[in-house]
Ligand binder design. Structure first.
Ligand SMILES: Cc1ncc(COP(=O)(O)O)c(C=O)c1O
Length: 393
């Protein structure tokens, strides 16, 4: 007998990075030195202060029992304080802050909180795969809006057909954006447009704020919640993963609209038993005592971004230099599609990049290069790419 699984699992495409990891593994098994510029996972360590705080906290027996889903006061206060000072956004730590086990968990599970079977969740194409998987796994329907250079990587909310809009309950947006690196510039009224749209159509907005702290050239990313009216219509999923090099710690927070936060809390009391208390204490330390750490990381990523942009220009591509996130999004050369160019780089240069098409159909014709690789390996990857693209004389 082969054990049956639920039909809804068959609706999911294989998780893209699982495929990439398999390809890297096969090459490495064959003794080949593969450099991966595929996954966005910071290569540098968590701030030492945070590690020390964890060491201290884990020795306290009161951190060894079940944590509370509500989160420790010290962490909720630290998040609210951070939002106040960094984004000029006031949050009530008692009702508007809920720790999540990383943004990914928050994004996935909030679908269960907000969507009924048959509802529509709006997201972007290309976009983070969980905006699709989350809705599908609660029998809802993802509807993806293309984001392209032509529309400045902002979805055209007026393009949604009336019958889809009628069933839409949730909108995912994400700036600084993965995979395109697009940001909300000063004077851009896209967030205000989203608030209007959400109000008019009774849709909850989830702004995925995974990358706000990594930015370049003096740019500072805003919080969606700083937009007038945003607190009425939505929440933001904040994460410590990228900016404090804490992807392995699984720390984030759902912040904003108190009713959504409260419903999410009710849901989570049935799903997990909260974030380990020692992790919460260390995360609070990151937010209170390591405020400038993301700026140090941004400077490193900016240097790497410049290396990559220059190399891509050398091989004849014309990428835009992103102002935020840890990715460069570049059109593939003439005569290639995302898949064939990714394959070429893997075969000829032993360098892994992410094919744009794996983030959605509108990502076809692009690749995504992650900057989370040490400088020397990044330089080596760039040299190999340049070498493999050199036309024989
Ligand atoms: C757009 C976006 N959102 C959310 C996440 C999830 O991050 P985490 O679960 O580590 O907070 C990622 C991770 O790559 C991401 O790229």
């Amino acid at each position: 007998m082969s054990p049956r699984h639920a039909d809804r699992l068959d609706r999911l495409a294989p998780y893209m990075f699982a495929q990439l990891e398999q390809r890297i593994h096969q090459k490495r098994e064959a003794g080949i030195d593969v450099i991966s510029l595929g996954i966005g996972d910071p290569d540098m360590p968590t701030p030492q202060l945070v590690v020390e705080e964890l060491r201290r906290a884990v020795q306290r027996p009161d951190t060894h029992q079940y944590p509370s889903n509500r989160g420790r006061q010290v962490l909720r206060d630290a998040i609210a304080d951070f939002y106040d000072q960094r984004f000029d956004v006031r949050l009530d730590p008692g009702t508007q802050v809920l720790p999540v086990l990383g943004g990914k968990e928050g994004i996935f599970h909030i679908c269960q909180v907000l969507l009924n079977a048959g509802d529509v969740a709006l997201g972007t194409d290309p976009g983070y795969p969980v905006y699709t998987g989350g809705p599908l796994l609660c029998d809802a329907e993802p509807y993806l809006l293309p984001i392209t250079p032509e529309n400045g990587f902002k979805p055209d909310l007026s393009s949604i057909p009336a019958d889809v809009l009628e069933r839409a309950r949730l909108l995912f947006i994400n700036y600084p954006n993965n995979p395109t690196g697009a940001v909300i510039e000063d004077g851009d009224d896209f967030f205000a447009e989203v608030v209007e749209f959400a109000r008019a159509n009774d849709i909850v907005v989830v702004h995925d704020n995974a990358y706000s702290e990594i930015s370049f050239d003096g740019y500072r990313a805003p919080s969606f919640l700083a937009t007038p009216g945003a607190m009425e219509v939505g929440v933001e999923m904040f994460s410590l993963s990228k900016a404090w090099n804490m992807t392995g710690w699984r720390v984030g927070a759902c912040v904003g609209n108190a009713e959504v936060v409260s419903a999410f809390w009710k849901y989570k009391t049935n799903v997990d038993s909260g974030m380990s208390d020692f992790v919460q204490l260390a995360a609070a330390k990151a937010l209170t005592d390591c405020r400038s750490f993301p700026d140090e990381m941004s400077a490193i990523y900016q240097r790497r971004r410049d290396l990559v942009i220059e190399a891509l220009r050398t091989i004849g591509l014309e990428p835009n230099a992103p102002k935020g996130s840890i990715y460069v999004w570049a059109r593939v050369p003439e005569g290639h599609d995302s898949g064939s160019f990714t394959q070429l780089l893997l075969d000829e240069a032993n360098v892994v990049v992410s094919p744009g098409s794996s983030f959605g159909e509108a990502g076809e014709g692009f690749i995504r290069i992650s900057l989370s690789t040490p400088d020397d390996r990044l330089r080596e990857a760039i040299e190999r790419i340049e070498e493999s693209m050199r036309v024989p004389a």
